[in-house]
Ligand binder design. Structure first.
Ligand SMILES: [Zn+2]
Length: 247
């Protein structure tokens, strides 16, 4: 069993408090039609409201792929096969041989774990395939998307944050307006080329998601955009968050 690493910092460790927080963020048990979503991966007090908008649109799903940013940058595409635990209980993994398994990559990474409480609140008896991805070439992104298509998941989730903007991040450019346009246009190559040298922290997962959506003919729809400024009031150093559904 994988130990949780993000509880208590990225989301509440106490079960009742976590459920209350998810409800306050606007998460409902309503089931929608979205076959893929893009959501942020910051602490839920920062980006949870934006995430909830997309989670409220997901379809009922038994087999789910979650593609998350690998912040340590080790390996390429790393799966996990042990079950994961959160304050809402055990989340079972979907065991396939399609991707190499590396549990060490997942041990300290929060970007996938932070998605589980949203899923556990909404869905019963799902299995998920955690894929932690570091930098990949455009070709590797497409190949990864093709492998995911072959697995025939009910739902694909990609997690990524947008600009990390301000002197504290060493880059004062706001990449968000153009990045949002490129996700809306659904062209993986254009998105990849623009965000490659940016502070967007979902460059690879989002490129994979756009290829996946393109191969299935799913259309991206913007659900929400926010920034950490809305929560912290700090407009010097801030992070952008967005959520999209793909139907
Ligand atoms: Zn990140």
């Amino acid at each position: 069993m994988r130990n949780l690493v993000a509880a208590g910092s990225f989301y509440p460790r106490d079960k009742e408090e976590l459920i209350l927080t998810l409800k306050e963020l606007g998460l409902t048990r309503r089931i929608g039609k979205s076959r893929a979503i893009l959501v942020p991966h910051a602490g839920i007090t920062y980006s949870g409201r934006t995430a909830a908008k997309a989670y409220n649109q997901i379809r009922r799903a038994k087999k789910i792929v979650i593609v998350g940013t690998n912040h340590s940058g080790t390996g390429k595409v790393s799966a996990s096969q042990q079950d994961w635990i959160t304050p809402l209980g055990k989340a079972k993994t979907w065991k396939t041989t399609a991707f190499p398994v590396d549990e060490t990559v997942h041990a300290h990474e929060h970007s996938i774990e932070i998605q589980l409480p949203f899923l556990q609140y909404k869905l019963k008896n799902f299995r998920f395939l955690p894929l932690s991805v570091s930098h990949l070439s455009l070709r590797e992104c497409e190949r990864t998307a093709q492998k995911i298509v072959k697995l025939k998941p009910c739902l694909v989730i990609a997690s990524g944050d947008l600009s990390h903007c301000g002197p504290g991040f060493g880059d004062t450019k706001n990449y968000d307006p153009r990045t949002l346009e490129l996700i809306k246009s659904g062209n993986p190559k254009d998105f990849y080329d623009y965000t490659k040298h940016s502070t967007v922290c979902g460059h690879t997962p989002i490129t994979i998601l756009l290829y996946y959506a393109q191969k299935l003919g799913l259309k991206p729809g913007l659900e929400h955009y926010s920034t950490s400024k809305d929560v912290t009031g700090d407009s010097t150093d801030w992070v952008g968050y967005t959520s999209f559904t793909f139907k």
